[in-house]
Design a binder for this molecule. Sequence first.
Ligand SMILES: [Zn+2]
Length: 296
Amino acid sequence: MIKIIKLTLEHVPFAIAAHLVETEVGPILLETGPHSTLPVLQEGLRKHGYKLEDIKHVFLTHIHLDHAGAAWAFAEKGATVYMHPFGEKHMADPSKLIASAKMIYKDKMDMLWGKLKPIPATQIVTVSHGQKFNIGGVEIVCWNTPGHAVHHCSFQIGKSLIAGDVAGVKIGDKGMVVAPCPPPDINIEHWMNSIDLLETLDLDTLYIAHFGKITSVINQLTALRAILWDWANWMLPYYQDKTPPAEVIPKFAAYVNQQLVNSGVSKADMIIYEASNPSNMAVFGILRYWKKKLEK
Ligand SMILES: [Zn+2]
């Protein structure tokens, strides 16, 4: 019932999912990927018999550009876009999002993420914890799942969960579970609470954005808890010693690389891991978590 559309970037090994659900009133899309991959998404929709304008409802787990960057293109054709209330103002006026992304990605911005245009506020529906939507006979339950981002939601359909980034990253069948940790919102305690919630939801399948369908739900979540604390605790001494991030990044990249090697991840998949969850982002994200927690 939930169909995965695999999105890739031409020049960057990258794997992100958009999800298509067919209903009695037409298809729903959960996650859009970045605008730079819109042609890939359109090709994926075409394979299922749909055009961009057939999508009237788009659900976003959060507004990071790799998950939500193409949502405006659907809104332009009349779609309603569902998201956490904290995401609304940035999608209605993306100038701040664009400015902060440009600071990070500089001249690679367009190649990586493409364009970002405003979504009219009248086409945005904000969702609340436990809220249910029935669209063409399909019930979608929204859950607030912060930790990766303060405005992160997950969407439950039956025993399946469109989990965005809150259930971790895992590439390939034999892949290791890692934690996507970009700044500015990483909060390990909130993330643990979200994992607690996921464990109570009676799920048999997680759909993670990077990448795919996970049926060993408890194993995935247990491994995610472990790696989150492992990485946070690895980073703590560097925070305490005020080591500049530029010095921490290569050390952390080597540490993660060794973990991936030890877990048997292939070289090709390792490159996708780094593209989906860059070491430099995780260093900034986790150092910022410790700063916010310990400098209160
Ligand atoms: Zn994200």
